[in-house]
Write a protein that binds this ligand. Structure first.
Ligand SMILES: Nc1ncnc2c1ncn2[C@@H]1O[C@H](COP(=O)(O)OP(=O)(O)OP(=O)(O)O)[C@@H](O)[C@H]1O
Ligand SMILES: [Mg+2]
Length: 331
């Protein structure tokens, strides 16, 4: 086909395709019985519709892989066949702005572009499976891989929170897992920031933290050879999940019961897990027990000093009884 205003004639050039469409239409007008041209026209029209221009690059839809409340998810390709994701949203949301604000966080889906015209967010394609699928696969998880996944989730979430955003929809379908075939290790990427919002207080981090605990518990079930430390951390997380359920059903902060057990396990594991993970646990506890951070620390130090004075009085009474028995010897 010859056309006037673009000469690249690339399969991905919208201008060329449009010109070809116009030429074909003229041709069909002259030769209405030309079935082949009509079929080509249909194909070209579909191709034209499936090409998104974002920035200076053209992407063509390859296939649809998801659809949700907020939009449709497509795998698209550039002219070299490299794959990307386009999330075509139904209405303008803050997702794009939030993705841009957190783009330097590791383990978070990277935004590559946006088109206001198509309401389309261009994202890095994560070539893996969702955590939901991963959990359903009957394949055990090594403890090393387990911690690798948890640490990535903790790091990603921590980074998002430190930039004053939360996720608010953290579940196994919004977490992708990618296997590195060379090392056998799994990498993790947090996706879908459609519900994400600005954080104002630690209270706004609570929902994400509870979801983190749930992911922990689900992944733990896949670990077959468990060390004492992982069992201890699991016990703590399990207690936290139970406390959270009571907290929600009661609708008011928990009384001090159970906090000592949690704190004593926490003391055992502190040196074995990341400080960010411990911080998440502390935020959870301060909110669940309805005590401010300083009060929480105070209550910890109160308990510490209580224990200290207990030990002191024990030593004192021991000394006294020793003295008594010594005295008895002289009687
Ligand atoms: N960057 C990506 N790489 C690979 N797959 C992705 C990517 N983003 C999304 N997906 C796939 O598309 C699905 C839906 O994406 P996403 O959760 O962002 O959309 P959604 O409209 O919010 O859907 P839902 O309402 O189901 O949560 C994901 O569960 C995942 O399988
Ligand atoms: Mg989703």
């Amino acid at each position: 086909m010859i056309h006037n205003f673009c000469t690249c004639n690339s399969q991905m050039c919208k201008t060329c395709i449009l010109q070809n469409i116009e030429d074909l239409k003229k041709h069909i007008k002259e030769y209405p019985d030309d079935v082949k041209s009509k079929q080509i026209l249909q194909k070209l029209e579909k191709r034209y519709k499936n090409i998104y221009v974002i920035g200076k690059t053209n992407y063509i839809i390859d296939r649809q892989i998801g659809s949700g409340e907020d939009g449709i998810i497509y795998i698209v390709k550039d002219k070299d066949g490299k794959e990307y994701i386009i999330k075509k949203i139904f209405k303008e949301t803050s997702e794009r702005k939030i993705l841009e604000a957190i783009e330097k966080c590791d383990n978070v889906n990277k935004i590559l572009g946006y088109s206001k015209e198509y309401l389309a967010i261009l994202l890095d394609y994560v070539n893996g499976i969702t955590l939901e699928t991963f959990l359903s696969i009957q394949e055990p998880l090594s403890e090393l891989n387990f911690w690798h996944l948890i640490n990535q989730l903790v790091d990603g979430l921590y980074c998002i929170h430190s930039l004053k955003y939360n996720h608010l929809d953290l579940h196994p379908n919004n977490i992708m897992i990618v296997k590195d075939d060379k090392t056998g290790m799994y990498d993790l990427v947090i996706i879908d920031f459609g519900r994400s919002q600005k954080i104002h207080t630690d209270k706004d981090r609570y929902k994400d933290i509870v979801c983190l605990f749930r992911v922990f518990a689900e992944l733990y079930d896949k670990v077959n050879d468990r060390s004492d430390i992982i069992k201890e951390v699991h016990k703590l997380i399990d207690l936290c999940i139970k406390k959270q359920q009571i907290f929600f059903t009661k609708g008011k902060p928990l009384e001090d019961n159970g906090l000592d057990e949690i704190n004593s396990i926490k003391k055992d594991i502190t040196t074995h897990v990341s400080t960010k993970f411990i911080e998440f646990i502390d935020i959870f506890l301060t909110l669940c027990y309805g005590i401010s951070d300083s009060k929480f620390k105070n209550s910890k130090s109160k308990r510490k000093s209580k224990r200290k004075s207990k030990r002191k009085s024990k030593r004192k009474s021991k000394r006294k009884s020793k003295q008594k028995s010594k005295q008895n010897l002289y009687i």
